[in-house]
Write a protein that binds this ligand. Structure first.
Ligand SMILES: *Cc1c(COP(=O)(O)O)cnc(C)c1O
Length: 435
């Protein structure tokens, strides 16, 4: 059986079930599998996205859920298309925004919600999911867990720092979903959530779980679509190897790709694209990891000053030198983001969202320094309509909001405003009516 160790190495190993329920380990480390299986032919032969995902999930979970139930979980989680399209030359885009919240976090959130619900049903227990969000995580998690029995979701988001549409998505579900509007930054929200998980008094009264990208149940599904990208590009171009570019904030999305590579996916290189919150590209260039407060940008879901999955990246590679062989990092400014949106629309008719634009510009930086004939695919992590203001200013186009998101727009926002101190959160959690 695969066990899960903490990246801090100061807590005991746990099962997959425990790792997904706990989220963060007691020593504040992140859970990682102590064995990573290798891909078999079935992974490459599977036809649809969900069948591919099932074959990968089977290897990763190694029997933690029986095949029949896992198949149903995967099929229900990924019931939307995952298009891979050419933008120009050998640059391709994989559109990860076709799920119910129009962002890639649907993959992780939907899979995790179904796996958790499967385990809770078995033990008839209750759970509070606590999430800090810089925008998209919250809505994906909220939608993923909406009305799931025995689960209560509390979302913390930084007041005034998420887009209008993102806020609507967070605050208009009601039912088992509560939105806390924090007077502070995303880093404050993340800090408060992390404190809650290590607070003994609180954890005696509530079973808390995290659905942030630190949860292994969110990480795994983020490896599935790298396999899909490879298979689609092989069909289109015949290439045996690809290069992947991942716009990154907490680096869960990129770590999903690293995992796929460890399992045997032929990815020649990862391009880690960030906005000016470039802690990881800086580490890759200088060897110094220097977390710092985040700075606001147009690609706000990547405004992260202390990327939590960096611990997993280190666990996978062991040293900076090994990491540098696989990953190259670039940072992109707001100005470059806007110019890229303008250029790619004018020259190729493709509308990038600000996060995708950070990815695209990083590829341009990569190509200015490196020659390659391999297909390069970047992950479009959100639908451009979710960042309508930036797009409107850049190219003077009103991107129609996908139908799937329009519901939230007409509903009334319901949130509870709190300050950015951990004790305020604790009081709230202890005093609210239990589910
Ligand atoms: C969360 C998010 C990212 C960053 O993903 P990480 O896994 O945190 O690196 C990028 N783009 C969008 C739209 C997101 O919501």
């Amino acid at each position: 059986m695969i066990e899960y160790y903490s990246t801090e190495k100061k807590s005991p190993n746990v099962s997959f079930k425990e790792a997904i329920i706990k989220g963060l380990s007691p020593d504040r480390g992140l859970y990682m599998p102590n064995q990573i299986g290798k891909f078999n032919n079935k992974v490459f032969e599977a036809k649809t996205f969900y069948e591919t995902a099932f074959e990968v999930a089977k290897i990763l979970l190694d029997g933690a859920i029986n095949d029949n139930d896992l198949y149903e979980i995967v099929k229900d989680s990924f019931n939307f298309p995952v298009p891979v399209k050419n933008v120009q030359g050998n640059i391709y885009v994989m559109e990860l925004f076709c799920g119910p919240t129009a962002a890639f976090k649907d993959f992780g959130a939907r899979f995790m919600a179904r796996v958790l619900s499967y385990y809770l049903k078995q033990s008839n227990s209750k759970l509070t999911i606590l999430v800090a969000t810089s925008g998209d995580t919250g809505s994906a998690v909220a939608k993923g867990f909406y009305k799931v029995p025995n689960i209560d979701v509390v979302i913390l988001y930084p007041k005034g720092k998420v887009s209008f549409l993102q806020e609507k998505q967070l605050t208009t579900l009601y039912e088992n979903i509560t939105a806390l509007e924090v007077n502070g930054t995303f880093d404050d929200c993340q800090y408060m959530v992390k404190e809650a998980f290590v607070d003994d008094e609180l954890n005696k009264k509530l079973t808390l779980s995290s659905a942030n990208s630190i949860n292994i149940g969110r990480l795994y599904p983020q490896s599935f679509y790298y396999v899909w990208a490879y298979k689609e590009l092989k069909k289109i171009t015949g290439a045996e190897k690809i290069i992947c570019c991942t716009p990154s904030g907490n680096f869960g999305n990129l770590t999903g790709g690293l995992l796929a590579k460890k399992m045997g996916l032929p990815i020649e290189k990862f391009i880690a694209a960030t906005n000016i919150n470039d802690v990881v590209p800086e580490y890759l260039n200088t060897g110094i990891f220097n977390p710092r407060p985040s700075v606001e940008t147009y690609s706000n879901a990547m405004d992260v000053g202390n990327p939590s999955n960096f611990a997993r990246m280190l666990a996978l590679y062991g040293s900076k030198e090994e990491m540098q062989k696989d990953i190259i990092g670039y940072k992109v400014t707001n100005d470059q983001t806007v110019k890229t949106i303008q250029k790619v629309y004018k020259d190729y008719g493709y509308i990038l969202d600000p996060h995708g634009a950070v990815g695209y510009h990083s590829i341009e930086q990569f190509l200015a320094e490196n020659k390659t004939d391999l297909p390069i695919v970047f992950l479009e992590t959100a639908h451009p309509a979710k960042f309508g203001d930036v797009i409107k200013d850049a190219i003077n186009i009103d991107v129609p909001v996908p139908e799937i998101l329009q519901d939230a727009l007409i509903k009334e926002k319901k949130s509870i405003e709190i300050d950015n101190h951990y004790n305020t959160l604790k009081e709230f959690l202890l005093n609210r009516k239990s589910i």
